[in-house]
Design a protein around this ligand. Sequence first.
Ligand SMILES: Nc1ncnc2c1ncn2[C@@H]1O[C@H](COP(=O)(O)OP(=O)(O)OP(=O)(O)O)[C@@H](O)[C@H]1O
Ligand SMILES: [Mg+2]
Length: 392
Amino acid sequence: MVRFSDLPSGVSIATDVTCREIIHNPTAALFFRLKDWEDYPYTSLYSTLVKIFHQDKLLSPQEIPIYRSAVQGDRIIGVELKFVWQDGISKTAIWSSSPLRDETGVIIGAIATFEEVTGLVIKTQELDAHQALLQKMVDERTMKLRQEFEKRQSIEREIARLEKLNVIGQLAAGLAHEVRNPMTTIRGFLQLFQSKNDLHSYNSYFSLMIEELDRANSIIHEFLTLSKNKTNVFKLLSLNKLITGIFPLIQADALSQGKKSVFEAGNITDLEIDSNEIIQLILNLARNGLEAMPKEGCLTIKTYMDEEYVVLGVKDEGTGIKPEHVLKLGTPFFTTKETGTGLGIPICYDIAERHNAVIDVETGQGGTVFKVKFSRPKVSVDNSVNKGAATL
Ligand SMILES: Nc1ncnc2c1ncn2[C@@H]1O[C@H](COP(=O)(O)OP(=O)(O)OP(=O)(O)O)[C@@H](O)[C@H]1O
Ligand SMILES: [Mg+2]
């Protein structure tokens, strides 16, 4: 015969329908941390010593299975309950309970049995935590790999672009050498013929030929700008003053096309820059912006500073750049214009690179912003030096 006190499962019996008293077997008493294992008033056990939760919801004494069985006759099977004591100890068990009836079927109490699963719950929680940690590690690693992959891709694109620029640079240097000298000779003879009285009737042709030669010469000069062996003249300058100096040119350009232009000068520190190159960069970006806009559009040139960069922004209200074209920006000879050479942006990238600056492009239907981001000088510049050097 199995005795009540020998049962390995926890057993609690309510001896009346109000659960005023409950008898526990030793397993249940141990679970409830009771010294004795019999006769505990229900209310003191369930409402003051311990709080009982089901799925994180605190149960009222009337919602506890043994009470429901005794009072309402409910049969409850396999409910997970968590018991939390005032001193922080918590235990979990799977509970079942049934009403106890006399021979006529009238309820005279209730019996509850349970199996403690605290260790299991802790193990599951540990496993969950472990799995969450693993997932986090996998996510972090995946993100890192993706970032590295993207970085690598952009480096590869950059290398391909630089290689092209390098080839073009060498080509340009060769071209300049081979073509410029004979052109200078031809130009010289044309000027000579122009001055001859007996060739006077051809004067306008000579002028035209000289102009065309000059144009060819300036195209060669553009190519030369891409040559990597360029020597720069870096000076500590005010970018705002530089822009103010050339802004009338941009304004005239804009006005002649029926467009507007504004310059918003921010509070920025001076930068070590090659003024000729930066002027060329600004003009290239401004010209592209103007060309991209319909009449009435406004071109905004802006300077500002954040914690890392001094930024030169050139914003237009054009139709934006198609996504498939954005990746091609900076590739020499990429142009969507009938008469474009496709060298404007490559030259800008090249100039930015020599200035340790990066160019970000944001484009959409409302227009495009090119942001040239110059690293802020590391040491703060003494004001007196600043003023003296800022000649522009
Ligand atoms: N602000 C802009 N808005 C829209 N498209 C632009 C803008 N800037 C550049 N682009 C696109 O990038 C292409 C390349 O520009 P890039 O300045 O290098 O050459 P281009 O303007 O075509 O010719 P050019 O050598 O005369 O400057 C342009 O043809 C145009 O499609
Ligand atoms: Mg251009």
